[in-house]
Design a protein. Structure first.
Length: 140
């Protein structure tokens, strides 16, 4: 049997996942991470994007979307504390498209009472959700 790593993914709203995996993939602020059992200890911030867990034994990957958070790696455990998160299959593509359009409109029509940073954050989150949806479609 392959060596596995315990994976816990939690958000402020709920506990999303707890199980064993042979690999965990996440979008960190400094780049994409692949975490295998016995990985060196690490703490890093996550950017909005997909988290994938490969449970091994030819089972399909588990896909999640997180809006950011913290990832902690210990040799046999990965903990993801997400600001907000959902199973990627539960993402609403129409809502993500609308959020992207609204954020793009806000950035294109800048005015004094606009919160530029908020519009940029909303755009980044919507694009990350759409990428996660697209990646899931490609793996099916």
């Amino acid at each position: 049997m392959a060596t596995t790593i315990l994976v816990d993914i939690v958000s402020a709203e709920c506990h999303l996942y707890s199980g064993q995996g042979v690999m965990v993939y996440a979008s960190a602020v400094m780049g994409e991470l692949g975490i295998a059992p016995r990985h060196a200890p690490l703490i890093t911030r996550l950017k909005p994007g997909e988290v994938r867990v490969d449970p091994g034994n030819n089972q399909p990957h588990e896909h999640f979307y997180v809006s950011g958070g913290i990832l902690e790696v210990q040799p046999f455990k990965v903990t993801i504390l997400a600001d907000a998160g959902v199973r990627a299959g539960d993402l609403d593509e129409a809502a993500a498209q609308e959020a992207k359009r609204c954020a793009e409109d806000a950035l294109a029509n800048q005015h004094a009472d606009m919160d530029f940073a908020k519009a940029q954050t909303e755009l980044a989150e919507a694009v990350a959700q759409l990428r996660a949806i697209d990646r899931i479609r490609k793996t099916k």
